[in-house]
Design a protein. Sequence first.
Length: 344
Amino acid sequence: MYQNPTVSVQKSIEFLMASLTSFTLSDATSLFAGYAEPSPVAVAPVLSGTVNSSYSVQAGSKRRFVRIYEEQDHAGAQVEAERLELLAARGVPTPPPLRRRDGTFVATIHAKPAVLFPWREGRMRCLATVTASDAQRVGETLGLLHQVGRDLPREPGRFEPEHLSARLDRIAAAPFPEIALQAEPLRAKLAQWVAKRARALPRGLVHGDVFRDNVLWNDRAEISALLDFESASDGVLAYDLMVTVLAWAFKDTVDFEIASALVAGYQRVRRLEMQERRGLLAEACIAAVRFTITRLTDAELRAAEQGIPPRRDKDWRRFAMRLSVLESLGDAGLAAALGTTLSG
């Protein structure tokens, strides 16, 4: 086995911490000098996500959020910041980045791009506590993002079939049989569902990752923040909707009440076209394959290479299960779960 059962959960946390770019109070003081902000007095890491480094900074009576981009270059971070400012101005509940004294958004910390955001208070929803009303609000927010973001500049996505195929090559070459054996079955599933994908579906700006840890709620059961636009890109709008359904409406199987409420909320803001409704199964299955693959590479394989237990909250098997459920439902069963029709 590639896992070492004697390694503690604490070591997993320490590994996550070690993977972050270091950001000290001295670094924060240097960063904040470029803003019209009080001087920082405390810094703490924010243990969320797997792509960027995140920190909370207390500056006087204000709390701020610092993102250090681990993969984006300076130009990419600037494009994302400009996009977030526009989305916030158009009503999407995402914290707009703060401008520096020189009018720009992006600073440099340890040779990496860094952006400062206002801190948004809120809590994540535990899956067991998600209600139909919550799901409707999530759908409405995603529909709003799709409506107001369609005219914004956007880059190609990082999870198109060709990118997933490259990840499958990595999985196949892994020196861990339990991981490597997953590559070819997943490659076949990816090819199967990409071939069934409807052509010329409406495209626009997609978030790509509207999971529960990227949505904060206030005490009035309202969404206070939609976070983490790292995966935002040009994409199929129906695909983004199905990513969100997979994230919010699945437990051991699909929850019809939650799924239909989410789609109903979405359609209150943006109506699905008939060709989109007919293509939802393929989009959902492609999404399930995507997250199975990315969790294998970003969690399972990475942990195996480091000799630590994989993160339980990033278990690839959860999305393999979702794929199996979707395939058993078929087009008509999924339409029933989502409260949509395939004709008329």
